[in-house]
Ligand binder design. Structure first.
Ligand code: G1P
Length: 284
């Protein structure tokens, strides 16, 4: 199952990473030598993504530049005999790159709604690059398998401790192994109101009918237009599934999650792994 269109909402301010995020888009922060956004793009490509729609804020044009061809850099690298680096920097997106500038920060749902003219009548992927997921089978491929079975929207789910649940979209529904047939969504509930401990992680496959819901411009949690509310609206017309995915997720929107991601990815890197252990022992 190939889901060709991909929406990457990357207009957020990144307040948790100020001052660094003042001039560097938080999605460009690297885990080892690769920016977060690049991990998300690789994951989307593995699930068939070819046409990418980046919803950016006006100051995040560096993200687009990153995915464009850079003939001068390639020329310099070839001159220096560094062919292996040429392979690393060459453009990876095989189809189109569309840039949409979100002028006002009206929420994740609003950001996704701006992609409507480019989606037409196909299902599409949405990835939030802050959520970095290490998995042998990319999570978007796991979601695509569920989409193939049910032909409806799918979100990635993770069990989250009660004290953290207010930071997430939360679902209720009927479990069948790792699949959940969702019957309710709520964005950032207080722990007493949370319908379960299953939180939405930033990976979605959505059907184009979501735009009918987003067009209603419902203002939800935090005074923003939430994708979670649109998904709740669609339940009246379509099924919606959640998948407790296989993989390790790092919340790279937080300092501690970002740090853990560095350690986990370094621990997978054969050149760094050995030194990492002695460095960690030195400090802990
Ligand atoms: C967004 C979504 C939320 C989801 C979360 C996953 O929230 O609105 O439903 O659980 O991403 O990371 P944000 O973290 O942007 O506030």
């Amino acid at each position: 199952m190939k889901i060709k269109k991909v929406v990457l909402p990357v207009a957020g301010l990144g307040t948790r990473f100020l001052p660094a995020s003042k001039v560097i888009a938080k999605e460009m922060f690297p885990v080892l030598d690769k920016p977060l956004i690049d991990y998300a793009v690789d994951e989307a490509i593995s699930a068939g993504g070819t046409d990418f729609i980046f919803v950016i804020s006006p100051d995040k044009k560096s993200i687009i530049k990153y995915f464009e061809d850079d003939p001068n850099l390639v020329h310099e690298l070839i001159k220096k005999g560094k062919q292996e680096l040429v392979d690393i920097v060459k453009p990876k997106i095989s189809g189109s790159i569309t840039t949409i500038v979100q002028q006002k920060q009206l929420g994740l749902g609003h950001a996704i709604s701006l992609a409507k003219p480019f989606i037409k009548d196909e299902p599409f992927q949405v990835l939030l690059p802050d959520d970095l997921i290490m998995s042998d089978n990319p999570v978007q491929c796991q979601l695509a398998d569920v989409y193939k079975k049910h032909k409806c929207g799918v979100v990635a789910l993770q069990q989250i401790p009660q004290d953290e649940i207010h930071k997430y979209g939360v679902v209720s529904g009927k479990k069948n192994n790792n699949e959940i047939k969702i019957d309710g969504f709520v964005e950032k509930p207080q722990k007493q109101q949370a319908p379960s401990d299953l939180a939405i992680v930033g990976r979605y496959i959505l059907t184009p009918e979501i735009f009918d819901e987003l067009d209603k411009n419902i203002v939800g949690s935090g005074g923003e237009i939430q994708i979670t509310d649109a998904m709740a609206g669609i339940l009246k017309k379509q099924d919606f599934y959640g998948l407790k995915f296989t993989g390790e997720r790092f919340d790279c929107g937080s300092k501690i999650g970002f740090l853990e991601a560095q350690i986990a990815f370094a621990n997978k890197d054969k050149d760094i792994k050995q030194k990492l252990k002695s460095i960690l022992e030195k400090y802990i």
